[in-house]
Design a protein around this ligand. Structure first.
Ligand code: ADP
Length: 269
């Protein structure tokens, strides 16, 4: 983005002309845009869970409630407090990414175990969705940061659940070839309109159509996943059809052919 500034040219005290200076303000524009997106995301995403927590705690403090009602309200409060924690974690990750300060550990890890752990956690509270795991990979060991890779898988499965509001099957498949491991997460939810596909990995980007207005989020999950996967010399891609579902595919180099992590700080955190 260029802005044109008109600057007068003087000879002594006399104005003898005008020069037009083109300044590249792309970076400045990006920073300003990010600031305003941050403010609107924070105000919306903080306000919604906080007002729900305040509302339900007030109800519980001032009314005598049956135990079933109490449990229902407590579950909502717990869910909303979790939402706030996720929001704060996303912002901290964004800040680390922006400052180039993200550190990764570099250990051998079995991605099959990571996926099983993540799925067990989701199974505990997913009522409407059925989670499947298919392992077709012969080799499942990669080199990397297990916490961060778990974060990526958690995020992709959480999105699959979130954007399949009517429930359904979510299938995680692990496959490999001689050099790479592929983790794919398939859902049959809302899908992604074709013209939105290119924007998905942009910071703060959220699809803003009516069927997903009520679904919360920061638009930071996918950019954070991309950053982590690329730091592991991998790629993340998506195939999707609106109203039919989406498949997110993560490719990671297998252990014996992987290079070192791209980020500095291969040493433990
Ligand atoms: P958030 O989930 O916080 O909105 P993300 O960066 O994780 O942000 O995702 C960006 C957008 O991509 C979401 O708002 C959603 O519209 C779309 N999206 C992501 N995953 C899916 C999915 N599995 N199905 C449909 N839409 C998705």
């Amino acid at each position: 983005i260029f802005k044109v500034y008109a600057e007068p040219v003087y000879h002594g005290y006399n104005k003898v002309g005008t020069i037009f200076v083109h300044r590249d303000i792309t970076k400045q524009h990006e920073v300003e845009q990010m600031k305003s997106e941050l403010v609107s995301t924070v105000s919306h995403e903080l306000r919604t869970p906080l007002s729900s927590i305040l509302g339900f705690t007030e109800l519980m403090l001032h009314r005598k409630l049956k135990p079933e009602k109490q449990e229902k309200y407590l579950k909502t409060i717990h869910k909303e407090a979790n939402r706030l924690t996720n929001l704060i974690n996303d912002f901290l990750d964004l800040q680390r990414m922006e400052s180039g300060g993200q550190m990764y550990t570099n250990e051998s890890l079995d991605i099959r175990d990571l996926i099983s752990e993540v799925l067990t956690r989701f199974e505990a509270y997913s009522e409407k969705h059925t989670l499947h795991f298919i392992n077709l990979a012969e080799k499942t060991i990669i080199q990397g940061d297990s916490e961060r890779i778990q974060q990526v898988i958690t995020n992709i499965i959480s999105n699959a659940i979130k954007f399949s509001p009517n429930g359904g099957d979510i299938t995680t498949t692990l496959a490999s070839n001689s050099t790479s491991l592929f983790v794919s997460v398939k859902d049959d939810g809302l899908g992604i309109p074709e013209n939105e596909m290119k924007n998905l990995f942009r910071k703060f980007y959220r699809i803003d159509n009516s069927d997903r207005k009520k679904i919360g989020g920061t638009g930071l999950g996918l950019p954070i996943c991309k950053e982590i996967v690329e730091a592991h010399n991998g790629t993340i891609s998506v195939e999707s059809k609106e109203n039919e579902g989406s498949t997110f595919i993560i490719e990671l180099p297998l252990n014996d052919c992987s290079q070192t992590l791209k980020a500095e700080g291969d040493s433990p955190k």
